[in-house]
Design a binder for this molecule. Structure first.
Ligand code: NAD
Length: 363
């Protein structure tokens, strides 16, 4: 029997509440498949700062690195607003991503049929939407040097950030994009601004080379990032995989996410070169406004675990079963408050977890 090591980092706010529902699905996976999970948990974020004086201790980091996959809840909250930047809850998360060398951020934008009416677009544009962003996460304008705010000779100030990508950085994220497309619809749209940025021109050239050399089975198109933003609201279902850099990926994936309805539904994965575990977490934050009320939507966290099954644990069948169970629960009109609508049944966090589990058990 295979044993996988899992690290759970529930974090702050609603993190522990949604992670409790993930553990139910972990237990189901053990029952349904020939697998055991060696599960440990640790502190990250504000709770780690309170208990250990830092938002991510060296011990927790070492334990996390020794696992096959890390499932995180969320970090942060107003309680830690006055804490120094390097000890803030978010600093723990950034350290984790950096130490894992997680350069590939995967963000699916899936619109479950039952939630299509919650989108800001008309149902026919979003029902059945299933696209995947592959966003470069560890380079580009958020990290490029020089950066800063300087004072010019005339006393006025200038703000500087640098868009910088090496060929190697573009190559490795391009490989991820094409390999994801091979597992999905076989199409990649690579988004950049090669018309006005040299970094975008290099991006286009390198992506084209990687495609020509390795992925003739995948269809590649290039799209300017501003046009991509328009196409996402005009006809989002035209896309399969969108491959893009850190800055454009940040903006475009948020735009696409909102087409699908609620923040409480959106999972993500951050992957490195395969030597480190993948980091799986909901897109949403710690939702301090509802923490402790037992009403948070656990679906983003549960779907993040499904991504871990698929991308780190080679259990694509189990991942598909979890996603299908979520789909069927929504089709039964079971809803947490954030996705509730007239005529549907409002449930708590744990009732939603139980409803998903029941569908899995009935399978
Ligand atoms: P948020 O995502 O926590 O909440 C935004 C809104 O969405 C809130 O009204 C919240 O109640 C709701 N919401 C979010 N997730 C939900 C869920 N699962 N179920 C039901 N409703 C949900 O964003 P915010 O309010 O801007 O940030 C709160 C804290 O979270 C801040 O400290 C921020 O820094 C942190 N944050 C952390 C992460 C992370 O850990 N990856 C990401 C974003 C924000």
């Amino acid at each position: 029997m295979t044993t996988h090591k899992l690290m759970l980092l529930p974090g702050d706010g609603i993190g522990p509440e949604i992670m409790a529902e993930v553990t139910k699905v972990i237990a189901w996976t053990e029952r349904a498949f020939d697998v055991t999970f060696d599960v440990s948990s640790g502190l990250v974020g504000g709770c780690a700062y309170d208990a250990e004086g830092v938002p991510l201790s060296d011990e927790t980091l070492a334990a996390a690195k020794a696992c096959d996959a890390i499932i995180m809840g969320a970090v942060g909250g107003p309680k830690w607003d006055g804490v120094d930047y390097d000890k803030r809850p978010e600093a723990g998360l950034l350290r984790l991503r950096k130490e894992l060398d997680a350069f590939a951020n995967l963000r699916p934008a899936i619109c479950f049929d039952a939630l299509a009416d919650a989108s800001s677009l008309k149902r026919e544009f979003v029902a059945g939407l299933d696209l995947l962003f592959v966003r470069e996460l560890s380079s580009g304008v958020y990290f490029g040097e020089p950066r800063g705010i300087e004072t010019l000779d005339d006393g006025s100030r200038v703000g500087i950030n640098t868009q910088r990508y090496t060929e190697a950085e573009i190559e490795r994220i391009a490989h991820v994009g094409f390999q994801m497309a091979q597992k999905r619809g076989g199409r990649v749209a690579s988004a950049e601004k090669s018309n006005v940025m040299e970094a975008g021109l290099l991006w286009r050239e390198v992506v084209t080379e990687v495609h020509q050399d390795h992925y003739s089975d995948v269809e590649l198109t290039h799209i300017l990032a501003d046009n991509c933003a328009m196409q996402l609201v005009k006809n989002p279902k035209q896309f399969d995989v969108i491959l893009t850099d850190n800055l454009f990926g940040d903006l475009l994936s948020d735009e696409a996410a909102m087409l699908t309805g609620s923040l409480g539904m959106l999972p993500s994965a951050s992957l490195g070169n395969g030597e480190m575990p993948g980091l799986y977490e909901p897109v949403h934050g710690s939702a301090p406004d509802i923490a402790g009320e037992g009403i948070a939507n656990p679906i983003a966290a549960i779907l993040s675990f499904a991504m871990a099954l698929r991308y780190s644990l080679n259990m694509g069948g189990a991942a598909t079963a979890v996603e299908a169970a979520v789909d069927r629960v929504l089709a039964d009109n079971v809803r947490t408050s954030d996705i509730w609508a007239e005529g549907t049944m409002r449930v708590t966090t744990s009732q939603m977890g139980d409803a998903i589990l029941k569908k899995l058990d009935d399978n």
